[in-house]
Design a protein around this ligand. Sequence first.
Ligand code: F6R
Ligand code: MG
Ligand code: MG
Length: 385
Amino acid sequence: MAEGKKLTLSLIKADVGGWVGHSSSHPALLSKAREVLGNSTLPEDYYVTQVGDDVQLVMTHYHGTDNEGIHKLAWTAFEEAASVAHEMHLYGAGQDLLVDAFSGNVKGMGPGVAELEFVERPSEPVLCFMADKTAPGAWNMPLFRMFADPMTTPGLVIDNKMHEGFIFTVHDALEGKTIDLKTPEETYDLLMFLGAPGRYVIDHIRPAKWTDEWCAVASTTKLTMIAGRYVGKDDPVCIVRCQSGFPAVGEALEPFAFPHIVPGWMRGSHMGPLMPTSQPGSHPSRFDGPPRVVCLGFQLADGRLGEPRDMFDDVSFDLAREKANEVAEYLRRHGPFEPHRLPLEELEYTTMAGLQKSLADRWQDEHVHKMDKSKAKAEGQMELD
Ligand code: F6R
Ligand code: MG
Ligand code: MG
């Protein structure tokens, strides 16, 4: 352990091939990624897992956030896993590796990244949330609830260390800007933005007092915007530090007892409930979903991750899963109609451009009907107001 030195926790993920379809990741990809990380001296510790069709790399190290070596290592692990996926003819092999060569930082190259740098506390519980078949805005509601809703987090009311509130840094995905908003004072302002998660997403959160260190960070990449075309869902990840002035582990898990509606699911083009599941239960099946969230808890020790705990592998989340299935069933009955299907501008698959072209001649101007109406009025067949 490096005394007083800042530890970095990096959670980096990519879909490098699906087994079967987009439902899961083959164990061979995870073995390859483990082999690559295991052969490097850069991480202090690492853990490789899978959530749906995404390979998740959790690493601790002392090289800081956005470190080229660590990012290159993650990129190599994904590249080599993608080669295995190609050999095995897995689906969408190499899907999230959008460029041919690594150039300094995996951000903007396809993979999703959440990194936190902090001085390890005497006891440092952290939660890694990983979702499949949804988008970064999926964290807006749960993160707001964890850090700003006293109905979820009583610590905001009764713990001196939390009572001053938190500062949310919100990212505007359209303008590429960020803004800091402080709770509880600016709660209503904050909610105006967070309520539009397709555009405004939480980037990170820090306490208003007692430390400058971030306590939560989310991946904010939008693959669609990076590539300018559909290249797969930007299934998001998020890290939350817990206890002693941060939300208790149970306060951080509590928002997921409500399976809120998120965009994603089938073809990245449908609204569906975010279902909390165990890691082995994270294989979106029905209608390629419903969207899943997995949470692995780590009790860091001297820069090492130790064994993870599978936090949603608990009967207390059974009701949330049941509710998610009920909501999924209800939404599915809407078929291709909104609000189950996303609005036109948010669809990740669309035939609209082609239809507009091929049907262009068949649209008639509204005034044709207006003329018919005036004619009808003149002939006294229609009452107009
Ligand atoms: C959603 C997702 C899947 C695919 C769907 C069609 O994020 O990954 O729902 O969009 O299975 O996939 P393609 O177009 O690859 O046949
Ligand atoms: Mg996929
Ligand atoms: Mg995925």
